[in-house]
Ligand binder design. Structure first.
Ligand code: GRG
Length: 353
């Protein structure tokens, strides 16, 4: 990578274009998501003439689930994880396969949406608004929101495994990527992070399950410090890491590069969550499209609650610097993607929503 590309002059120039590129890629992902159709395609089975006029209602009932799904994944959102997957794939792919990257990027957004739909449920974070609209459970009811999340997660795996290729190596990359995504979001990844978050912030839930929390002072600082990184790594870093690594695996890069990409995902993930916590503290409902100031009320374990906003800003900037240094080491085929990723790191530290 040419060092000149990272000089301050070219950085300024890139920043002008970065926002536009981010917007264009968000629109591209939105278009891909609009092409998905989870509506029921089976004809309604009508028993006899007496029941015939019910067929219209039956159609409507069968489509509630797909309506709730598209309500959730087409409701805005920045589509950052899909963009990361796309750019990481494009950065390394010898001959980009559009159908492949399109299905994986869409699947990553379905997974992101599932996590938010479940996170918003009353028993979890209890958020009435998401992306400036009523949350899925408010609009469709709690049972439908649980099922919507279940269906989004499952359909993500259908999409990722539903690709034809002539190339055995491409199949190998697909299998590796699917396995990596599954591990990242499962019992040792995103769901674990969410579980730690719930156990630490909901006192009764925590006490019900662990001796440690019963015998120690639950909100003791050392316990929170101990678990903060596990919480953030699981809840936030894992899906960001998985988006980048899946892109790289699909492009067939070697293990050394995968490890580098993984580390970049870790620092970007930490930066993303710390900025999210800062935004919760300093932003308004109008800016974020969801309720803010919730972390403090909900007794959330964040860097801000432990050490204050100044320390959180410092750690954020350290994470971004670390990510940028690692990004410069990537053996990219496509320089635009490398520069884009470099700018993403800065954006993660400064984003306004
Ligand atoms: C398995 C029942 C069950 C639930 C899982 C894992 C999980 C629920 C929730 C984790 C979701 C969560 C809140 C993660 C934190 C990361 C974060 C700040 C997500 C918001 O990401 P943005 O800002 O959202 O990129 P948009 O709306 O732009 O996609």
């Amino acid at each position: 990578m040419d060092k000149e590309s990272f000089s301050s002059e070219s950085v300024d120039l890139r920043r002008e274009n970065f926002k536009k590129l981010l917007e264009d890629e968000k629109n591209m992902i939105d278009k891909w998501l609009e092409e998905l159709d989870f509506s029921s395609d089976k004809p309604v089975f009508v028993l006899d003439e007496e029941h015939e006029d019910k067929s219209y209602e039956a159609e409507l009932i069968k489509d509630v689930l797909s309506d709730a799904m598209s309500y959730s994944y087409l409701s805005g959102g920045k589509k950052l994880r899909a963009i990361l997957l796309y750019e990481c794939y494009m950065m390394f792919a010898k001959r980009p396969h559009e159908e492949l990257v399109k299905k994986f990027a869409s699947a990553i957004e379905l997974i992101q949406t599932y996590s938010l739909v479940h996170d918003d449920l009353p028993e979890m974070d209890n958020d009435e608004y998401r992306r400036g609209k009523k949350s899925t459970h408010v609009e469709f009811g709690q049972a439908m929101a649980v099922l919507t999340g279940d269906a989004l997660l499952t359909e993500a795996f259908t999409l990722m495994s539903d690709i034809d290729s002539e190339d055995v190596n491409e199949y190998k990359g697909m299998l590796n990527a699917i396995n990596y995504v599954a591990k990242s979001i499962g019992a040792k990844g995103m769901v674990l992070g969410q579980a730690i978050d719930i156990l630490l912030s909901k006192e009764e839930e925590g006490k019900r399950h662990t001796e440690v929390l019963r015998s120690n002072e639950m909100f003791e600082l050392s316990l929170r410090e101990e678990l903060w990184e596990d919480l953030v790594v699981g809840k936030t870093c894992k899906l960001i890491e998985a988006s980048l690594v899946a892109g790289a695996m699909l492009a067939g890069v070697n293990n050394e590069v995968i490890e580098l990409v993984e580390e970049i995902g870790f620092y970007l993930g930490l930066a993303f969550q710390i900025r999210d916590d800062i935004l919760d503290e300093i932003s308004t409902f109008e800016e974020m499209g969801k309720e803010t100031g919730k972390d403090e009320d909900a007794n959330k374990v964040t860097l801000i609650s432990m050490y204050g906003i100044d320390r959180a800003e410092e750690v954020l900037s350290e994470c971004v610097d670390k990510a940028k240094a690692l990004i410069q080491m990537l053996p990219a085929r496509r320089e635009e993607s490398l520069l884009f990723l470099f700018d993403v790191a800065d954006y993660f530290a400064t984003r306004g929503k």
